[in-house]
Design a binder for this molecule. Structure first.
Ligand code: ZN
Ligand code: ZN
Length: 270
């Protein structure tokens, strides 16, 4: 049987109804050459196969998973990704389930690799699920490494979001005590609202917001800036030092500014 097939050049000629496992493996290994074959050669053999190649490959991965043919489904997925086919997360999760069912840590690692390779922005839910599989199969080191990586990735994102939230909150507070954005410091040709937004996110204000969420109450904040602080930031930071009750020490390219309780040591001359 195998010898007849190995002489066959294209996989579409393989009998689709055959359920022998070895044959299925063989069928997979034959998939690779078809894409590299000249289109004319392929189309004379079976044109519908070419157009539906991707769908049939996905279908085949899922079929192999259903039949718990884990290694073959891994190999086919790997090949599809190499060939540039985007494999949906749904299919990858089915593959992962299949690997978990096989109770082979090595196969779960392969599925893990394929998931991260084909879905670089994989959600934390998927990683948690993956970690739970590792734990179940005795791969606690894999699980821990995965969770550590996940934490390293999510922490800065959360901090960034928190920083932006904090800067908005600060502006609400300083507006209440009289802050009015001086949009003359924005040189871009944009409307007033956009100018106010742009001032709000000047780097020193983001640095202050970040400092506030990262340090205990009352800690002095030290900020370095290699450009001269703009007049609107100077005014805003004075008011911030008042509402947050912190000392803010800022070094710009000209001098030090010590902001405390709404005033600056430079006396507004710098
Ligand atoms: Zn500024
Ligand atoms: Zn100053």
């Amino acid at each position: 049987m195998i010898s007849t097939i190995s002489s066959t050049r294209f996989p579409q000629l393989l009998p689709q109804t055959h359920h022998d496992n070895k044959l299925k493996h063989f069928q997979f290994y034959c998939y690779a050459p078809i894409r590299n074959a000249p289109l004319s050669a392929v189309s004379t053999t079976n044109s519908t196969y070419v157009t539906s190649n991707f769908e049939s490959q996905i279908h085949e991965i899922e079929r192999l998973c259903e039949q718990s043919n884990t290694e073959a489904s891994i190999l086919l997925t790997e090949q599809s990704i190499k060939d540039g086919f985007p494999i949906q997360l749904q299919t990858l999760l089915r593959l992962l389930q299949c690997c978990a069912g096989s109770r082979s840590l090595a196969l779960v690692r392969k599925a893990h690799y394929l998931i991260t390779r084909s879905q670089p922005k994989t959600s934390t839910l998927v990683f948690r699920y993956l970690a739970s599989i590792y734990y179940k199969l005795g791969g606690s080191t894999d699980a821990r490494q995965l969770l550590d990586k996940m934490l390293q990735k999510t922490r800065p994102v959360n901090k960034r979001r928190e920083t932006y939230e904090k800067v908005r909150e600060l502006h609400k507070e300083i507006r209440e005590i009289g802050y009015l954005p001086d949009t003359r410091y924005v040189l871009q040709d944009i409307d007033e609202k956009a100018k106010e937004q742009s001032l709000m996110y000047h780097s020193e204000r983001l640095a202050i917001a970040f400092g506030l969420i990262s340090t205990p109450p009352g800690t002095a904040l030290r900020i370095m800036k290699n450009l001269r602080i703009c007049g609107d930031c100077h005014n805003a930071v004075k008011l911030m030092s008042k509402v947050v009750d912190r000392e803010i020490i800022m070094r710009d390219n000209k001098r030090f500014h010590h902001f405390r309780d709404g005033v600056c040591s430079c006396g507004d001359f710098w």
